[in-house]
Design a protein around this ligand. Structure first.
Ligand code: 5GP
Length: 113
């Protein structure tokens, strides 16, 4: 069974894709919470941050590099943005295929809800 994001990567479900390489891709979130809300998603499924292992290190690092690059390209790196990974039920994770939310373009509250 493919995850939702694997189906998006395979173009079985349409999305606004803003970046793609051999390891990951980035799409506009379908329900944006800020003027910039992009998801950076590995092509190889990592279920959630709470289940990663050392062999995921390079891929996880790559996701953060791409998150920073996307933030710069969307013009929020200087003003500030947040990179968020929701892991598990209490964090509000809804898609069990790890993804980094890149959220910016407005002042973000802290602490998170
Ligand atoms: P989570 O709640 O797991 O941290 O984040 C899942 C995110 O995926 C949510 O922000 C949600 O809006 C987004 N999402 C869910 N379904 C789709 C979809 O079909 N297309 C896109 N582009 N985003 C989706």
């Amino acid at each position: 069974m493919k995850t939702l994001f694997q189906k998006i990567a395979d173009r079985e479900i349409p999305s606004k894709m803003v970046y793609e390489d051999d390891q990951c891709f980035a799409i506009e979130d379908i329900n944006p919470q800020a003027p910039v809300h992009i998801l950076v998603i590995p092509k190889r499924v990592i279920v959630r941050l709470g289940e990663v292992s050392a062999e995921d290190s390079a891929l996880l690092g790559h996701l953060l590099v791409v998150a920073g690059q996307v933030a710069r390209e969307r013009g929020v790196a200087a003003s500030g943005f947040r990179a968020v990974i929701n892991s598990g039920a209490d964090a509000g994770e809804t898609v069990p295929h790890l993804h980094v939310h890149v959220v910016g373009g407005r002042a973000l509250g802290w602490p998170p809800g």
